[in-house]
Design a binder for this molecule. Structure first.
Ligand SMILES: Cc1cc2nc3c(=O)[nH]c(=O)nc-3n(C[C@H](O)[C@H](O)[C@H](O)COP(=O)(O)O)c2cc1C
Length: 140
């Protein structure tokens, strides 16, 4: 059974390129092996991540991620059963969310992931992937 999980969190320290690169490297290796796909969105003081895959694999990964000291205030926004993957192309794509991004400002002036609906957050990630320049790690 396929599921899509969405959470938001805040980094415990500055998000340096080293931190991001390490997370991406680990994610690509692990997610490929476990057939997990998704997107990681990085803001100035937050991460939003979508994980898609078989339910038990997603649960195991989410538990690993929750135990990671690189972030805090990890809040599950949703976990839903899905029939197909929305972010199936990427083992983990990285996109940047800037509050000053004209697209985010115009389309979602009040966007606050901690209070946003999961549906809104996912559509923002989808738009960012289409309009931005994701750092892509292909699933295949
Ligand atoms: C915001 C964030 C997102 C992460 N996403 C993933 C991921 O998609 N896949 C993954 O394997 N690890 C991810 N990690 C890393 C895991 O939390 C954890 O550090 C890693 O799986 C541990 O690997 P290791 O035991 O081999 O060091 C993420 C970490 C953070 C902070």
């Amino acid at each position: 059974m396929l599921v899509r999980l969405l959470y938001v969190s805040q980094p415990t320290g500055p998000i340096t390129t080293t931190v991001t690169t390490l997370i991406l490297e680990k994610s690509v290796a692990y997610n490929k092996k476990e057939n997990i796909t998704g997107v990681l969105c990085q803001g100035s003081d937050l991460w939003i991540q979508v994980l898609e895959g078989e339910r038990s694999q997603v649960n195991v990964l989410y538990a690993r991620i929750m135990a990671d000291r690189n972030h805090k205030n990890i809040e599950l926004l949703s976990m839903e059963e899905i029939t197909h993957r929305q972010f199936g192309q990427w083992s983990m794509a990285l996109v940047y969310l800037s509050k000053d991004d004209p697209m985010v400002k115009m389309a979602h002036p009040e966007f606050d992931p901690y209070s946003a609906s999961a549906k809104d957050a996912i559509s923002i990630l989808d738009e960012l992937l289409k309009t931005g320049s994701p750092i892509v790690s292909n699933a295949s």
